[in-house]
Design a protein. Sequence first.
Length: 549
Amino acid sequence: PNILLIMADDLGIGDLGCYGNHTLRTPNIDRLATEGVRLTQHLAAAPLCTPSRAAFLTGRYPIRSGMEASNGYRVLLWNGGSGGLPLNETTFARVLQQQGYTTGLIGKWHQGVNCVWRGDHCHHPLRHGFDYFYGMPFTLVNDCHPDRPKRMDRATQAKLQLYTQAMALGVLTLAAGRALGSISVRWKAILGLASLVSLFFLSWYASFGFLRRWNCILMRNYDVTEQPMALESTAKKMLKEATAFIERNKQGPFLLFLSLLHVHTPLVTTKEFLGKSHHGLYGDNVEEMDWMVGKILNSIEEKGLKNSTFTYFTSDHGGHLEEGDAHGTAGKGWNGIYKGGKGMGGWEGGIRVPAIFRWPGVLPAGRVIDEPTSLMDIFPTVVQLGGGQVPQDRVIDGHSLLPLLKGVQHSAHEFLFHYCGKHLHAARWHQKDSGRLWKVHYVTPVFHPEGAGACYGQGICPCSGAGVTHHSPPLLYDLSRDPSEAHLLSPISEPLHGTVIARVGEAVEAHRGTLSPVPWQFSVGNNLWKPWLQPCCGNFPFCSCQEDG
């Protein structure tokens, strides 16, 4: 079949009508669910975009490819950084490309661009099995909008300011000591050090001063086509590119990964949808997203491809609860009955995502499956659909969903592990003989105020340090009876408490034994902005272009 994969960005599972929302209008996505199969326990491998998408593309926990945080940096921060999805990782696009599929990615990438020099494109989509790419190599951030408050890595900016001040103070101290005769350092050395401090200041402070120009760009294949991008026209450009890709490749087979920029902040909505929902800019953006999905589905159906296209809709993780405008309302997604949200370790609200599959004549219409599955399962599912083989030289953590979608009773997953950066925060055990689904939390973020769903002074909850609590004994919940994680179990209230904790602990140790050391892609060195890696149209640093002339 043709394969159409649609992934929203930061969409809460509770934002869709087919998952219980009665105040937002999502008729096109709801129609997908009516005509196909809907999963209720679909899980992201990470509660943030870069690691979650790496797992989606490869079928592997992101820690296996180094696409998790080893420090405080949990996503890629720059187009001009050197981190990204390693070339030795195999994506489903690469496998299907080898099977004769035409493969395309429209929208967000956020898996890196260059490694050593501008133009090596070592992390680019075209180096990972996609024949065609149009979209953002990075991700939307508030800094992409000239009228929104700047939020890009304020902690790093503060550190750079401190380091620059410290180096400048050191140079001044040396100069004063040399002038007073108490230090024998040569003036030439002091001037050289001062020049280095100046270069440091110009380089790193220029990166933040021109952040919108460096990160908020559009590319077509290897070429930068818009720098900085015009947000108000981006949605329609993505839609035009997606429908054009389908038209070019309607003879098939094709794989199209439509990686939507909706509903990540800043929420830029076209005038046709502005002010039309009951939930401000966020609701407007959700309803515009649904309209875009409808247009893509219409394009598939008008070309007679509906019955020959395997269609999938999901989100990369849960909604962002801390996000908002000056009134605290604009950017908040809704994660339904589930606790927590984006970035919050192992809590359900950050990792439970929508999953809808449609393949008329093959998959039953209107079926709902309540079995634990993962975004990592898409890799082996798509590979099987395309007639390819799952790589045998590495651990693949996903399982093909085709048996489950066609009627097999249980998911192939017994245990799933929930990371926050390199730290394992939680794990779940699907006890198939009893049908119970246990969830064990080893580490949880500290909420402020308690239970309000936001973290102390953080835009994103931390994974370690003072912002988390380590639990000994671990927290235990029965998700089969308490999906909201509202009722903590104890040895008194649950006779199997000790048995479950021990069994999950054994599974965690066995899982850790399968991990191998790899380079960390989000290290400080990889995540720093490097001028010589910055994608640019025109002559650096005077990068500027617009698609429409």
